[in-house]
Design a protein around this ligand. Structure first.
Ligand code: COA
Length: 334
């Protein structure tokens, strides 16, 4: 047999149609974090920009937070869950190794029989999901895609570890992507540097935990200073390339929405990019901490809710973290 395989094409353009967020109810102050580590409110504020963060209560599971954020995004997009063809969930803190959490989220939303799977790209995961979703819409693999970034990092953070306890937090954000009249998601610039694999990592793998007969779960560890230097210098280059590939300059931007890793990294990138004064800069980290895969959609939703950014604005997303992995794209905000 020498048949030719048929192919398909999708919409000429893809866009973000709605963004939703879920912030857990429990506010955790720097004073509470300092009950377990030798630190101070002043040190945490000046070194990270964080004043407080949110930790999920037991009922605020990865699934529950994702469904809540997704319902808001779907409402804003005017898309029925049944129209979703693919649900992509970026997370590193769904503690059931298999199956993925995405099918559970899709089922609870009523987005069945959408394809549903998780991706593990740590803090860069949501921007990977946006890139995949836009490509699916343009290729015809899916008409509507739901990309979720969600974390319960409080479950895998050691409250007594001075290097991470004050940074990581919980939350969820979601974006609906679909066909658009003009392009709403620019080319992704993404990559990974496995030579820096150990800089942010689980302290032990599960096999070691079992062999050593330990009763405690592995937790995150980070060599903060090299990560800080890498993010501050290398990520500005990636951001510039994402602008170039979208055919834009910083003057075309209305908003800069980077991963909320550390306020000093946000400031260093803004300086390196020479962002004009009119560009609104996301600073959600102050009250949200570093929520890894959830941080970009949480920050975008906060800017849209507060009026700092508005529908139709041009924004630059960039996210980076464990792997080390990164992804950036220019988008039109929904
Ligand atoms: N509280 C108080 N002091 C602390 C501390 C804490 N939690 N952690 C470290 N210190 C002290 C160190 O002991 C050191 O003291 P010394 O100068 O007396 O030796 C000093 O602060 C500086 O330590 P260093 O590790 O160099 O701090 P830093 O300026 O690099 O700041 C981070 C630490 C974690 C805030 C910073 O490295 C960072 O933000 N890194 C990137 C984090 C990040 O983005 N991670 C996520 C990527 S997704």
């Amino acid at each position: 047999m020498t048949g030719t395989i048929s192919t398909q094409t999708g919409s000429a353009h893809a866009g973000l149609l709605g963004i939703g967020a879920y912030r857990p109810s429990r506010v955790v102050t720097n004073a509470e974090v300092c009950e377990h580590i030798d630190s101070s409110d002043e040190w945490i504020r000046t070194r990270s920009g964080i004043i407080e963060r949110r930790f999920a209560e037991p009922h605020e599971t990865v699934q529950m937070m994702s469904v809540a954020a997704s319902r808001k995004a779907l409402d804003l997009a005017g898309v029925d869950p049944a129209q979703i063809d693919c649900v992509v969930v970026a997370t590193v803190s769904h503690l059931m190794q298999t199956p993925a959490v995405a099918p559970l989220i899709a089922a609870e939303l009523g987005a069945t029989p959408a394809a549903a799977f998780d991706i593990s790209a740590a803090c860069a995961g949501f921007c990977h999901g946006v890139a995949l979703g836009a490509d699916m819409v343009r290729s015809g693999t899916a008409k509507y895609v739901l990309a979720i970034g969600v974390e319960r990092l409080s479950d895998i953070t050691d409250p007594t570890d001075r290097g991470t306890a004050f940074i990581f937090a919980d939350g969820a954000g979601a974006a609906v992507m679909g066909p658009a009249d003009v392009e709403g998601v620019g080319p992704v610039v993404w990559g990974a540097d496995g030579s820096k694999y150990d800089l942010i990592r689980q302290n032990e793998n599960w096999m070691d935990v079992v062999e050593m007969n330990q009763s405690e779960m592995p937790t995150l560890r980070m060599d903060g200073n090299p990560v800080f230097r890498w993010a501050s210098f290398e990520m500005a280059k990636v951001a510039r390339e994402a602008l170039d590939r979208a055919g834009m300059t910083v003057d075309d931007l209305d908003a800069f929405i980077p991963h909320q890793a550390n306020m000093r990294i946000v400031d260093a990138m803004a300086r390196a990019l020479k962002l004009p004064d009119h560009v609104a800069i996301a600073r959600d980290i102050v009250y949200q901490g570093n929520t890894s895969a959830a941080s970009v959609p949480l920050a975008a939703a906060a800017m849209l809710e507060s009026g700092e950014a508005k529908s139709g604005d041009t924004a630059l997303f960039i996210a980076f973290g464990a792997g080390l992995a990164y992804a950036a794209q220019v988008v039109t905000l929904p």
